[in-house]
Write a protein that binds this ligand. Structure first.
Ligand code: AMP
Ligand code: GLY
Length: 424
């Protein structure tokens, strides 16, 4: 198999690392990739949304499968483009078609889906600039904090949680009338606030059957104790200790099954990962959001715990034979710590030389924002730079190893959270 992965983060490096171990793999390419993927695959300088260039590459290199990392190309319909084009329609794409990718591309679509299929989620209403006054009135019926969500993709910044009613009204107006989040905020979903602890459940489906993958919890805020600005994710732990059998049975019955059934009932073609963002309210699961891809950095702890041949698993997704796969999960915990550039998630500099990578023992390094400079050194090339993943019999042991190795990595401005798992 010749496989092309789309994306350039830690998630894509973790996919590449796992696919690379398969005897079924012949050639592996990553578009555009990073310095980590370059060590085990060939990076090609093609953007994830450049569908013309992707098609041309698939044809010249004889690519047999495309694995899509980020949501953007999925929401833009990369899978549909392959299916509609006779020259490449034989090449399976791992990731849902456009209609189903709207589960992430539109919050309103996702909420309607959940209500239609009786999947537990926060009460909501949605508004446009046409009915701004109704939005104000709805806010007045709610108790603080107020949850405002831009309907469309807003690079993880489109959700506002506000304590003050007037501030919530002002923000609603600035989203709907002043286009604070551009067209992504032309519709705003206002939700009831749910109070609880969050976790993520990942499902892989071939459109017929499905496998529930290990749970994970990520740490989104930049600051210790979950404070400060939101980031893409500063670390993750799998499995989630509080997601015990009783709770997971509820997740399965109330959320996973109706989600996969709902996709079928609604004719939403899905061959790929469903990332279900959950909140545990009391003892009950509620869905906060769907993503139509794996999480990052959750992939860096979930994929290392899957012991199957990932090429075989993806082939089964493509052929709709996932029911024949016996998913094997490593019992150990896995944790990852994300090292980030100084200043991130605000402005930061790139091109800082990274040292210490050859002193790592007992951890896996997944590159996120890295590249190589003219002198052949690995340098920083993004906000999130390197994820350090370790195994342990329980998560604290794994964390200990990750932190020991994080200390060996040096680059100017390096930052990381020292308290991943503090709340568990
Ligand atoms: P989302 O992009 O929908 O995942 O929202 C981003 C974050 O906002 C989530 O990870 C939660 O921490 C928080 N959030 C979203 N919706 C709610 C809600 N209804 N109640 C409480 N917190 C929420
Ligand atoms: N870590 C959260 C995400 O990938 O969306």
């Amino acid at each position: 198999m010749n496989i092309l992965i789309l994306g350039s983060g830690g998630r894509e490096h973790a996919f590449a690392w796992k696919l690379h171990q398969s005897p079924k793999l012949k050639k592996l390419f990553v578009a555009p990739g990073n310095a980590g993927t370059a060590e085990i695959a060939k990076n090609i300088s093609v953007g994830v949304n450049d569908f013309e260039a992707i098609k041309a590459f698939v044809l010249t290199e004889g690519i047999d499968m495309v694995v899509v990392g980020p949501e953007d190309p999925l929401v833009n319909g990369v899978h549909d483009i392959f299916l509609k084009d006779d020259e490449i329609s034989h090449v399976p794409v791992i990731g849902p078609q456009k209609a189903a990718a709207a589960l992430e591309g539109s919050k309103q679509f996702a909420k309607e889906f959940m209500f239609r299929h009786q999947i537990p989620t926060a009460a909501y209403e949605s508004f446009t600039s046409e009915n701004l006054e109704k939005g104000f009135a709805f806010l007045e019926t709610l108790k603080p904090p107020y949850v405002l969500k831009a309907d469309g993709l807003a690079a993880g910044k489109g959700v506002l949680i506000l304590n003050d009613l007037q501030e919530a009204k002002d923000e609603l107006k600035s989203m709907l009338v002043d286009a604070k989040f551009g067209s992504a905020g032309a519709t705003v979903v206002i939700e009831e606030f749910l109070s609880g602890i969050e976790l993520s459940v990942f499902v892989l489906t071939d459109g017929k059957g499905y496998k529930v993958l290990p749970t994970a919890k990520d740490y989104k805020r930049i600051g210790e104790g979950d404070t400060g600005l939101n980031t893409g994710g500063m670390g993750a732990i799998s499995p989630v200790p509080f997601a015990d059998k009783e709770f997971m049975d509820k997740v399965h019955e109330r959320v996973v099954k109706p989600t996969v059934e709902g996709l079928k009932i609604d004719n939403l073609p899905y061959k790929g990962f469903v990332f279900i963002g959950l909140i545990k309210v009391g003892d009950d699961p509620f869905v906060i959001e769907y993503n139509v891809r794996m999480g990052d950095p959750e992939t860096e702890v979930v994929i290392p715990r899957i012991t199957n041949d990932l090429v075989e698993v993806f082939q089964a997704v493509a052929n709709q034979t996932l029911d024949t796969i016996d998913l094997q999960i490593d019992e150990r915990s896995a944790t990852t710590i994300m090292t980030v550039s100084g200043g991130y998630p605000g402005p930061y500099e790139k091109g800082k030389v990274i040292t210490g990578l050859d002193h790592i023992s007992d951890s896996l390094i997944f590159h996120a924002g890295t590249t190589t400079n003219g002198q052949g050194s690995v340098v920083t090339n993004g906000g999130r730079v390197l994820a350090v993943t370790s195994y342990g019999t329980e998560f604290k042991e794994a964390l200990g190893k990750s932190y020991q190795n994080v200390e060996k990595i040096k680059f100017e401005g390096i930052n990381f959270r020292t308290d991943i798992g503090f709340d568990l």
